[in-house]
Design a protein around this ligand. Structure first.
Ligand code: FAD
Ligand code: MLT
Ligand code: ZN
Length: 467
């Protein structure tokens, strides 16, 4: 690392927080899936918005690009360097401030993990509207930057819907601060909404103000074995109407459950396998089990239905779904696709995607699961070379032909970039490029993530499915 650059960065964040030793850098250079990695010039660990601004100004002047990083649990390769960028780790911005226990709002540093925030606000009778299995490491800044979804989107929406204010640093070091805690604020463009889902390409998020949801301590979980995804979706529709406390409707299949059971040594939930499994969770101020049982009565086979109310039993059922990600990664390096389909096309998509994969790459081992209530299916593929993206392209083209989106909640990152134009129009992409150029003209913030700054040369057609 250039000694002059190191000296200038150390003057901003302190010598202990500029890391360029290869062993220390290693965990910042490879993503959670192990599919994406690259060398970092260094890792810089600021502790405030002012320090972030100082680091960005130095990097911009030195022509060094920056990859913002939170918990590094992202699944699309956007949180790790590609070619000698500096990693800007936001984990030291870990203050929880200004918790309004009456209004149910809190201001949170970008580096606070979801789990820490959950523990903090639950103690006062509030909860965070978004929940996901990576809660112990995923940071609030990373969750806003990816507009994370998770298991409660049917009830509370994704991260963008929880956001009522933001502090973020632009590429030139200017600090945007919209943290007033106003529920209504129609004074021009919605900058927090724009930064949610921007994947570190427009600004570095340093603090956010979130709306909270009332803690619903009484919970009931049902796990159903069903003949098909179509049958599972019909149950979801019926329960949604009949059980207003429905918070999660998650689906998985026998190939994924087998992997989870093998990896976790958990006992199988049923004495026999089923073609499809549906996990439902209801929550409320009072025990939601009677309402859930009544909603299931006309649509579910009692012999293939488990109902749990106490914490340990609920956790055992949830493990069958939540531990898919780690069980799949323990088996190999997966290709992870995360797609949404229109609600009425999801059931038909499932056999179609299996058939498409078998035709394109017979060695592919698909493992499907996801958020049935949102039309969001995670198509994980084992058995492929990490660099062979023919199966990825085939699945995403199929998604586009079904009227879906190539990313539901994980983002585009590096992994999905070649296929952005399948589900975003040329006008969409050029508007996004214009915003990127306006906010980051030198292109130092997470370059190459979502799209490349430069479109193809004039007169050269963008190949279908490629940006
Ligand atoms: P990182 O991985 O560090 O970064 C993700 C992206 O955000 C990168 O592009 C990075 O540059 C950018 N970024 C990070 N911090 C900032 C910041 N402060 N300012 C600007 N840009 C920033 N995702 C879901 O949506 N739903 C799920 O249900 C879900 N479940 C998961 C389960 C497991 C087991 C795992 C490993 C991952 C899961 N994820 C899920 C993916 C991941 O946890 C989310 O994308 C999460 O929001 C990433 O947060 P992070 O702090 O780890 O961000
Ligand atoms: C999930 O729903 O479990 C996550 O999005 C993680 C994944 O897709 O592996
Ligand atoms: Zn998910």
């Amino acid at each position: 690392m250039d000694p002059d650059l190191r000296r200038r960065l150390e003057a901003v964040v302190g010598a202990a927080h500029v890391l360029d030793d290869p062993d220390t850098r290693a965990s910042y250079e490879t993503d959670w899936t192990r599919r994406f990695s690259g060398p970092a010039a260094c890792v810089v660990r600021p502790a405030s918005a002012a320090e972030v601004a100082g680091v960005l100004q130095i990097c911009r002047a030195a022509g060094i690009a920056v990859v913002p990083q939170g918990g590094n649990t992202g699944l699309v390769g956007g949180s790790v360097p590609r070619a000698g960028e500096a990693v800007l780790s936001l984990r030291r911005l870990d203050a929880i401030e200004d918790f309004d226990e009456v209004a149910g709002e809190v201001t949170v540093g970008a580096g606070v993990t979801l789990e820490r925030l959950q523990e903090h606000v639950r103690a006062a009778g509030w909860d965070v509207g978004v929940d996901l299995a990576s809660r112990a490491s995923a940071t609030i800044g990373g969750m806003v930057a990816t507009n994370a979804g998770g298991v409660r989107v049917i009830r509370f929406g994704p991260m963008r819907h929880q956001l009522i204010g933001i502090e973020a640093v632009l590429a030139d070091g200017a600090i945007l601060r919209r943290l007033p805690g106003l529920l209504k604020d129609n004074t021009g463009y919605d900058l927090p909404g724009l930064l949610a889902g921007s994947e570190g390409t427009l600004a570095v998020i340093t603090r956010v103000r979130l709306r909270l949801v009332p803690l619903r301590p009484a919970r009931a979980v049902a796990l159903l074995g069903l003949p098909s995804l179509d049958a599972a979706l019909q149950v979801v529709r019926a329960v949604r109407r009949a059980a207003p406390g429905l918070e999660a409707a998650e689906v998985f299949f026998p190939e994924g459950l087998d992997l989870v059971l093998r990896h976790t040594h958990l006992a199988p939930p049923f004495p026999r396998p089923y073609p499809c499994y549906l996990l439902l969770e209801c929550a409320g101020p009072a025990d939601p089990a009677p309402a859930l049982a009544a909603a299931l009565e006309p649509v579910a086979d009692p012999a293939a239905t488990l109902l749990a109310t106490d914490r340990a039993d609920r956790d055992r059922l949830w493990a069958c779904r939540e531990r898919h990600t780690e069980a799949i990664s323990a088996e190999g390096i997966p290709h992870k696709l995360d797609v949404t389909l229109p609600a009425d096309r999801l059931a038909a998509f499932e056999p179609a995607v299996r058939a498409r994969l078998a035709a394109v790459r017979p060695a592919a081992r698909p493992i499907l699961f996801g958020h049935a209530g949102d039309g969001n299916l995670h198509v994980n593929i084992l058995g492929l070379d990490p660099d062979d993206d023919a199966a990825d392209g085939a699945v995403l083209e199929l998604v586009a032909s079904f009227g879906g989106s190539i990313s539901a909640e994980h983002g585009i990152g590096i992994a999905k970039k070649p296929w952005l134009s399948l589900t975003r129009s040329p006008a969409d992409i050029s508007a996004m490029r214009a915003i990127k150029r306006a906010l980051d003209p030198a292109g130092i913030l997470n370059p190459g993530v979502i799209f490349d700054l430069e479109p193809p040369a004039p007169g050269v057609a963008e190949p279908p499915g490629r940006v």
